[in-house]
Unconditional design. Sequence first.
Length: 271
Amino acid sequence: MILDGPLGTELLRRGVPTPLPLWSAWALRNDPDAIAAIHRDYALAGATVHTTNTFRTKRRQLGDAWADLARAAVRVARNAVPDDHTIAGSIAPLEDCYRPDLSPERPRAEHRELALLLAEEGCDLLLCETFPHIGEALVAIDEAVATGLPTWASFTAGPETDLLTPDQIHTAALQARERGAVAVLVNCIPASRTLEYLHAVDVGLPFGAYANAGHADEKMGWEPSEQAPELYADLAQTWVDAGATLLGGCCGTDPRHIAELSRRFGPTRSR
């Protein structure tokens, strides 16, 4: 199954601002057509699972406007891709996906309200993604599963692979399975380091990865890599060889990377 690539770094690559604290959510207010274009391009590249731009549509960043923007994100995704494609509602850390120390003590209410909204708006599954804090991730998974929608869990060791160890991610994957997740992934890890973490989420469920190509940059938010889509797909081949069936891209990848994944591994791949 081919997942899409990032929205945040792809908006930046296309010249759309992604200022903090809204990051990719800024475009929901100021340039929703750019978000729609990215969704369409990923669909044309061969992705059939499309993640909503709800990574930052949270009450703590947006106040009372959070719900309207989250609903808009789902509508933009749904209207931009074919009807038979899957819409995955993104549920991310409440604070910073690279700062597990900022994870709030009581995150349940905020994760619950976003999960319920995404379910009400017609998402096909919920993706609890880019969690470096296992406790908060499990709360988000609980609330996603409670909606009745299929729930995927994705953990990150961060762009420097210093936030979680493979052993910690393995423990988290087991706990996610116990709480009702139906797939487990790793994301936002350098593509060259992903395999060692991928093995950790092989816990008897469908599993996979969507990795980074590039590195975090204090001035720009993300510095793209010159890593060719072919090299990214070469690394993805090792993930497939390890049993992964869910493949996509994270920060620094773009529709070209997804197209190469689709060409090699998608349902209509070249023989």
